[in-house]
Design a protein around this ligand. Structure first.
Ligand SMILES: Cc1cc2nc3c(=O)[nH]c(=O)nc-3n(C[C@H](O)[C@H](O)[C@H](O)COP(=O)(O)O)c2cc1C
Length: 366
């Protein structure tokens, strides 16, 4: 059997194979940031399609940390909708985690109706933005704990902390965004502290057996940003605080979902970072970014680059990709890496593959 199809385990969670659906905002959340039928249907289709671990797209831990179309997990009233999704995934034989996040300064008052929270306030940020004080940190830290408690109640098999792609927890870690002079800013140690404290408090709240995952930008590729060494040191401390597995993404906006992945060399573009993390960590590592071929996925596991293969855009186009590969088709993923799937997010709409949608329209199948 290929390594990618062998059973895996994270903490107590048994998984059918090494394929992970990397957190991908589903879009189209309902009023009050509740999950929609589209959310449930998208994730249920992935379970039927054979994905070992599905990570549901980022859900905000606090109302001011969200954005239109993005689901929330900040209120008990939101649990029921999430429960419909986890029930549907479990009925399809899948396992599902919820990614939890806060936008920090990456949102607007126009989007949420609330004052935007910034780790440090830049001169050009305006009156709608507030630099966080100690009470804000306390409240948001507790929001991450309570979001995880709710996710567990809603039936999610794990939770993933989003410390990547320039959102709030990444802002706390980054010396570019975090220029504070209190206990949460300055040295690397201090920039790590809030996140490590939040993870440790979450671990305490959910007990030792509940899997806690991390997605981190392993380096920022920008002068003054988070370096590979700093991200690794931070991750070591997050693991010590209670993280069971780490997904290594990289970069800020332009680097996260690279365009035109059409060769072996372009595939698995975070492989060096993942290998470095795997070499230096005691927990499983998930490789995300540009995985498109079954043989590349297999090589990544065989070469010890990572323990899990994580995919986002290919599974938007083909929710049944993993079962297709498992049943013997070795053709690479249909995904053209054009990023047309990002467009609906700009307006809070349902995330779909624009190429597939255009083809379906042309063929009259939609
Ligand atoms: C439409 C869309 C939404 C995304 N939403 C999230 C998200 O909620 N959280 C996250 O960590 N990454 C998100 N990503 C990034 C992906 O998880 C992944 O890291 C990136 O697309 C690279 O992997 P890929 O080449 O397999 O697409 C999103 C990507 C896309 C295309």
């Amino acid at each position: 059997m290929m390594k990618v199809f062998e059973k895996k385990r994270i903490n107590g969670l048994e998984l059918a194979n090494s394929f992970v659906r990397s957190a991908t905002a589903e879009g189209a959340s309902l009023p009050n940031d509740e999950v929609s039928k589209h959310h449930t249907a998208t994730l249920a289709a992935l379970a039927k399609g054979g994905v070992g671990l599905i990570i549901a797209g980022s859900a905000s831990v606090s109302p001011e940390g969200g954005a239109p179309g993005i689901a929330g997990i900040y209120a008990d009233s939101q649990i029921e909708g999430h429960r419909r999704t986890t029930d549907a995934v479990h009925a399809g034989g899948g396992k599902i985690a919820l990614q939890i996040f806060h936008n920090g300064k990456m949102t607007s008052k126009a989007a949420t109706g609330l004052t935007v929270l910034a780790v440090s306030k830049d001169n050009d940020m305006g009156d709608d933005v507030k630099e966080m004080d100690a009470a804000d940190f306390k409240r948001i830290g507790e929001a991450f704990v309570q979001a995880t408690v709710r996710a567990k109640k809603a039936g999610y098999d794990a939770v993933q902390f989003h410390v990547a792609h320039g959102y709030f927890l990444h802002q706390v870690l980054s010396p570019m965004d975090n220029r504070r002079t209190d206990e949460y800013g300055g040295t690397l140690e201090k920039r790590i502290r809030f996140i490590a404290e939040s993870i440790a408090a979450t671990r305490k709240a959910v007990g030792p057996d509940y899997p806690l995952l991390l997605k981190i930008s392993s380096e920022d590729f920008i002068e003054g940003g988070v370096t590979l060494e700093d991200a690794l040191e931070a991750t070591k401390q997050f693991v010590a605080a209670g993280i069971d597995a780490v997904e290594t993404s990289s970069g800020l906006a332009g680097d996260i979902a690279r365009l035109g992945i059409n060769s072996f060399a372009k595939e698995a573009y975070n492989r060096k970072q993942a290998a470095y993390f795997k070499e230096n960590l005691s927990v499983p590592v998930m490789l995300v970014g540009g995985l498109r071929s079954l043989d590349v996925a297999e090589i990544m596991l065989k070469d010890g680059v990572a323990d899990f293969i994580s995919l986002s855009r290919p599974l938007i186009a083909e929710p049944d990709l993993i079962n297709r590969w498992k049943s013997g088709s070795t053709e690479k993923a249909f995904c053209k890496s054009c990023n047309g799937c990002f467009k609906p997010l700009m307006t809070g709409d349902a995330v779909v593959c624009s190429v597939k949608r255009a083809l379906e329209k042309k063929n009259g199948t939609t």
